[in-house]
Design a protein around this ligand. Structure first.
Ligand SMILES: Cc1ncc(COP(=O)(O)O)c(C=O)c1O
Length: 404
């Protein structure tokens, strides 16, 4: 390999040749059970037959000018709104999650005429200057992404954190508060419902817009179409991406209320040449067809099997203290021992199972919503034998706890 492409792959990463259902095959022909699913992209399993068929039958234009009409895109926007929580009425096109969040920040600043932003510390919302500035302080500083007036709320996300948020919000300088309703990027943290509803109320009180980032946790991953539903949360803006096309094409979207949408349409800047390319629109429409037909069944599968996975993980003999968290098929493991998350992930890969991770201490399991119990247990068996294999070599603490 020449390495002309900027390095991003982690050490030992596989080179993908194919992916279908719950499995990925690498260029050497090795087959892996996939619990990473492209980090919440393949929610319906890779190469979903119905999406695949729709893509093959696609006979639309291969390119349209962003200033021209494209009827299937209009129809998709309508359908997307019909799935969305709260009173969202307008959709803006994006090529991915980062751009979707950027549009949300822009709309919030435009409407409120404020420049402050508030987010959860250590969060991840993308890799542009704006989204890095509201993400983890460590990444922001390393990348020199220095958008000013970005404030962070440190965890735990409880009543005291809400109080700290209020002391900032009451200055009426914060345009938007943004969070993942279930925080995939912090190892599957399900925030306290009281924290979420308090922040929602505080945002209303002080004129700050509430942005729900469902780029990772949306499209059934939490056991509901959108994770907002777990909290009866009505955001002012909702950002989506990733699983919206199930990996068949790039796409993102920013959904907002009528008032915000009108203001954004009148004064905002949202040209996106490849935003909602007709092929992406085709893949997203086919994805929504699947959710329309079998959504409830898929959510039930994620809820039931997710609880089963957390239960099994809680009793596995890890070499250190482990917190097992999440809801539905957002499954997070926080391992207290340095580098243990990496060791488990690497070992599982060697044994044919792909896991996701964020940072050095957390592992995430994001199985497809379509997985069956037997296949899920096969993956869990690999994890169990991996953590168990280390047992003899360690005098670690075996206690596990669950916050699920
Ligand atoms: C919560 C969240 N928001 C935004 C993004 C950025 O999405 P993208 O990589 O499509 O730009 C990600 C990516 O992982 C994410 O997890």
């Amino acid at each position: 390999m020449t390495h002309a492409l900027a390095k991003q792959a982690e050490a030992g990463a596989i080179e993908v040749a194919d992916a279908a259902g719950d499995y990925v095959t690498d260029v050497d022909g090795s087959r892996y059970l996939d619990f990473a699913m492209g980090w919440c992209v393949g929610n319906l399993g890779w190469k979903h037959p119905e999406i695949e068929a729709a893509m093959q039958a696609f006979d639309g234009p291969t390119y349209v000018h962003p200033a021209y009409h494209y009827r299937p895109a209009e129809q998709l926007a309508e359908r997307l709104l019909s799935f969305a929580p709260g009173k969202l009425r307008k959709v803006f096109r994006a090529t991915g999650g980062t751009e979707a969040v950027e549009l949300a920040l822009q709309a919030a600043m435009l409407v409120t005429r404020r420049h402050g932003l508030l987010s959860l510390d250590d969060a991840y919302h993308g890799n542009s200057i704006g989204t890095l500035s509201i993400g983890s302080s460590e990444l922001r500083d390393r990348a020199q992404a220095g958008l000013p007036r970005c404030h962070k709320i440190a965890g735990p996300f409880d009543a005291r954190a809400a109080q700290r948020a209020e002391s900032l919000l009451k200055k009426r300088e914060i345009a938007a508060f943004i969070m993942e309703p279930v925080i995939c990027n912090l190892g599957g943290i399900v925030p306290d419902a009281a924290f979420v509803s308090r922040l929602r109320a505080l945002c209303r009180k002080y004129g700050t817009l509430f942005v729900a980032d469902e780029v990772a946790c949306g499209f059934g991953r939490s056991g509901r179409m959108f994770a907002c539903e777990h909290f009866d949360l009505e955001p002012d803006i909702l950002c989506v991406g990733k699983a919206i096309t199930g990996g068949h094409a790039p796409m993102g979207a920013t959904l907002m209320t009528a008032r915000l949408g009108e203001k954004m349409e009148a004064s905002g800047e949202f040209w996106s040449t490849y935003g909602w390319h007709p092929r992406s629109v085709c893949a997203a429409a086919a994805t929504l067809d699947v959710f329309e037909e079998r959504g409830e069944q898929l959510f039930e599968n994620a809820t039931t099997l997710g609880a089963h996975a957390r239960e099994r993980l809680t009793f596995m003999p890890f070499t250190c203290e482990v917190k097992v968290r999440g809801v539905g098929f957002i499954i997070g493991l926080e391992l207290e021992r340095a580098r243990e998350a990496k060791r488990v992930k690497d070992k599982c890969r060697e044994r044919g199972l792909l896991l996701a991770s964020a940072g050095d201490e957390t592992l995430q399991l994001f199985p497809s919503l379509t997985i069956d119990a037997k296949t899920l247990d096969r993956g869990l068996d690999i994890i169990e034998s991996t953590v168990g294999a280390a047992r003899g070599r360690s005098s670690g603490n075996w206690a596990s706890s669950s916050t699920a």
